[in-house]
Design a protein around this ligand. Structure first.
Ligand code: KIV
Ligand code: ZN
Length: 514
């Protein structure tokens, strides 16, 4: 049976980044972009170029760094958005502009305040405008999951006539149910006279936990592009998880008339990279990329797997990149080997000076930890290249923790270059450390989340800490990594404070009235 290609459109860098607290720096986006390219993702939505200068530069940097995947920027159905997207995409080998407008009655009436006729006009104008700038234009009907089918047929036919070659049917609010959503795709494909001139795409949110199921139901009805994210990252409950879509299609090749180009051994490394950069841990029982996804606890299962692995395993752990965890470098590795590994990981080094600084940190880490894995290198680079101006810096930290006494933290902080000693007690060493920082910073923030993850296995592993702070409705995640988790915690807290001060706010594509 010859199979159609299922286009994998990854939106980790755009919809994924819309997750509260998941913002990424330009350099982090390039690293993720390179990981997606290694995985052979077909289309990478690198951002929403008009949102801010930072987003614009990130789209441009990903477009310049990634050559084997098509690079896309989101834009509302407005000329200024489309111009900005086209400008940011200039360095791309293959570019796509993704323009959208809401089509559900509730969005048209209350958000857009436009009559349906005007929505069709805007859509057609936007697609034509974008087609004058790039060859490849995708058009999305925002909130298609709650739109009227007749209206969808009308606007989609007009968008295809205007030059859109991909039509996306987002379930923006995660409202759809697999059978019904699959039917919707089937109906659109049969009712729209020019449907054969476009690829139909799906983009499902996970509010009811059905994003992957809905996407797969749509594929069975003829959708040939799935929009998804690594680890299912995304707005609210997230988007369909790329790893689940790809492995469902691969594993049930008997059912799906499609195949993807994805190089699956890169799945787990990409999942770890996204988790480490965003600070969103992967739950242990998460399909494909969770720590327990291939672990057999019960004696009966272990016995079966040892006798004949297919008794309980439908996929092979190594096929998705488990165990690909290479011990890449150690204490005796030299600068050339370190540089070569950075290049292989797609980490831009820039000047010799930056390489030297990274190498010094690498040697310090190798003294504490014998085996250095790729994950360690990523954490080291993130730590060395702060994502915000470092107003607050940790100079030294000393904690005492002893049974029967109140833990105490003594810190020397640098605030705008001036050193400030501070001491505080707390219910544990981390609590004491955070209290000490607050005694100096007095930030007025609330601690919403504190999490520690071991980056690799073993007790000498680096701990990766995420601290989520909120202040007047803003949410910021700070990250820190160190083999000492109290130091990692202090770094994460200070990073969150520095991010809050840097005010990296940007426009949200779906929030504004048009
Ligand atoms: O969920 C959604 O509707 C979107 C569109 C902008 C494609 O993310
Ligand atoms: Zn979305």
């Amino acid at each position: 049976m010859s199979k159609d290609q299922l286009i994998i459109f990854d939106t980790t860098l755009r919809d994924g980044e819309q997750s509260p607290g998941a913002s990424m720096t330009l350099e982090e986006k390039v690293r993720i972009g390179k990981a997606l390219e290694r995985m052979r993702v077909d289309v990478i939505e690198a951002g929403f170029a008009v949102a801010s200068q930072g987003d614009f530069e990130a789209v441009r940097a990903v477009a310049a760094a990634v050559k084997d995947s098509r690079i896309c920027s989101l834009s509302r159905a407005r000329a200024e958005d489309i111009d900005r997207a086209a400008e940011a995409l200039k360095p791309a080998n293959a570019a796509r502009i993704h323009t959208f407008i809401a089509t559900s009655p509730i969005h048209m009436k209350y958000k857009l305040r436009l009559e349906p006729d005007a929505v069709v006009e805007n859509a057609v104008r936007a697609v034509k405008y974008a087609r004058n700038l790039v060859d490849d234009v995708e058009f999305s009907c925002e909130d298609a999951g709650r739109s009227e089918v007749d209206f969808l047929c009308r606007i989609i036919e007009a968008a295809i006539d205007a030059g859109a070659s991909t039509i996306n049917i987002p379930d923006t609010v995660g409202y759809a149910i697999p059978g019904q959503y699959g039917d919707l795709i089937g109906q659109l494909l049969t009712r729209i006279p020019n449907a054969h001139k476009a690829i139909f795409s799906v983009h499902c949110h996970n509010d009811l936990g059905l994003a992957v199921a809905n996407s797969l139901a749509a594929v069975l009805q003829g959708a040939r592009q799935v929009e998804c994210t690594i680890n299912g990252l995304g707005e609210r409950a997230g988007n369909a998880a790329l790893e689940e879509i790809v492995m469902a299609v691969n594993t049930r090749a008997d059912l799906f008339p499609v195949s993807t180009r994805i190089w699956t051994p890169e799945i787990v490394p990409a999942s770890r990279l996204v988790s480490s950069i965003t600070g969103f841990p992967v739950q242990p029982n998460k399909a494909i990329v969770g720590a327990n996804a291939f672990a057999h606890e019960s004696g009966i299962h272990q016995d079966g797997v040892l006798k004949h692995r297919e008794t309980y395993e439908i996929m092979r752990a190594e096929d998705v990149g488990w165990n690909a965890n290479k011990m890449v470098l150690g204490k005796h590795s030299g600068r050339a080997a370190f540089r070569a590994r950075l290049d292989e990981l797609g980490i831009p080094v820039g000047s010799d000076n930056t390489l030297n600084q990274l190498f010094v940190r690498f040697k310090e880490l190798a003294d504490k930890k014998h085996e250095i894995f790729d994950e360690d290198i990523h954490a080291l680079v993130s730590d060395a290249q702060p994502n915000a101006e470092e107003v607050f810096k940790l100079v030294t930290l000393e904690v005492t923790s002893k049974t029967g006494t109140l833990p105490e933290a003594k810190l020397l902080l640098s605030v705008n270059g001036a050193e400030k000693p501070v001491t505080a007690t707390g219910s544990g060493p981390v609590d004491a450390t955070f209290r000490a920082i607050e005694a100096v910073a007095n930030s007025g923030t609330t601690l919403e989340l504190y999490s520690v993850n071991a980056i690799t296995s073993g007790t000498d592993s680096q701990g990766e800490v995420t601290v989520r702070l909120s202040q007047a409705g803003r949410i910021i995640n700070g990250h820190g990594a160190d083999t000492d988790i109290v130091i990692a915690s202090a770094k994460a807290y200070l990073n969150a404070l520095n991010l809050l001060r840097s005010g990296l706010d940007r426009a949200h594509p779906q929030a504004e009235a048009i």
